[in-house]
Design a protein around this ligand. Structure first.
Ligand SMILES: NC(=O)c1ccc[n+]([C@@H]2O[C@H](COP(=O)([O-])OP(=O)(O)OC[C@H]3O[C@@H](n4cnc5c(N)ncnc54)[C@H](O)[C@@H]3O)[C@@H](O)[C@H]2O)c1
Length: 279
């Protein structure tokens, strides 16, 4: 996708972190913005920092794990701006526990927000984006957790691997269909955002996670520290995304140091070797 100015971007999870920086960059590119988040008060505060005139902005409280709310977001976006050109399926949550301490509600929450949201985003936006006949692009936020299997994050890893394979599948299909809409997958490592405090947004219907103890507590502590010490920023992620969309590049993997771990996993598979533990 070459032209951003005057076109419309829809960004989920836009109240904070990477989503907010995607919004800031899209605003700077001259796009109209449809910003969605479950934390509406914070979304309003964050959107105010973008300095956009009201006619270029639509805010919608959206729980991305609910299909009806994604459908309503799509309807509102197309009704307000007449088209959608860039869709960033970005909202996400993290949970750190050993696999055997994930409850069914833990799995449903993480898969609902991180994976079903992307599935529903594609279902409700893409057919209309294809119909409108303009160039367009979908960016799905996965993670290096979609390329590796870090211990202590089973539901998160499963959700993010799901986003990678969903995006790869879609890429091949859009190519075969000679579509004017492209797709990229964003796979960051640690970025200092609010992701380690995801439980703030856990909907009542999922209850709360059992307190972490033992190994789960150690993984939780390590994940919090890793997020806070991330060297690349959310703004760096937005720059990488916009460069990739402009070039039509699929994989957006800003932390290149992670290549060694991806290579090691690939070598383990190719050599039928047991998985090398990740540090
Ligand atoms: N920060 C990292 O280290 C990192 C690394 C890899 C991938 N990611 C991914 O980046 C994406 C953005 O996360 P972030 O790091 O900016 O964290 P963040 O917590 O700062 O932002 C996530 C946003 O998603 C929103 N959200 C949560 N549940 C929602 C729901 N049900 N419906 C709608 N919105 C909801 C939150 O309110 C928040 O505004 C996520 O998909 C995350 O998995 C983050």
């Amino acid at each position: 996708m070459k032209q951003f100015s005057g076109r419309t971007a829809v960004i989920t999870g836009a109240a904070s972190g990477i989503g907010l920086e995607l919004a800031r960059r899209a605003a700077a590119e001259g796009m109209n913005l449809v910003l969605a988040d479950i934390e509406y008060a914070r979304l309003e505060e964050s959107a105010a920092t973008l300095g956009l005139p009201a006619e270029r902005l639509l805010l919608q409280r959206t729980d991305v794990s609910r299909e009806a709310e994604i459908a309503a977001l799509a309807e509102a976006a197309f009704a307000r701006f007449g088209g959608v050109h860039l869709l960033c399926n970005n909202a996400g949550v993290g949970l750190t526990r050993v696999t055997w301490e994930h409850s069914t509600a833990d799995w449903e929450w993480v898969l609902g927000v991180n994976l079903w949201s992307v599935i529903h985003g594609i279902q409700h936006f893409l057919p209309k984006m294809l119909e409108q006949g303009d160039e367009g692009h979908i960016v799905n936020t996965s993670s290096v957790a979609g390329l590796l299997s870090t211990p202590g994050m089973a539901a998160y890893n499963v959700s993010k691997h799901g986003v990678v394979t969903l995006s790869e599948t879609l890429y091949g299909e859009l190519l075969a269909a000679k579509a004017k809409v492209g797709v990229s997958v964003l796979c960051p490592a640690w970025v200092p955002t609010g992701i380690h405090q995801s439980s703030r947004n856990r909907q009542d219907r999922f209850g709360s996670a059992a307190p972490a103890a033992g190994l789960s507590a150690a993984y939780e502590e390590r994940m919090g520290q890793a997020v806070k010490s991330g060297r690349l920023t959310a703004a760096d992620m937005a720059s990488e995304v916009f460069a990739a969309v402009g070039e039509g590049r699929f994989y957006v993997i800003p932390h290149r140091k992670i290549n060694n771990a991806i290579q090691l996993r690939t070598d383990d598979i190719m050599n039928l070797r047991n998985p090398t533990p990740l540090a």
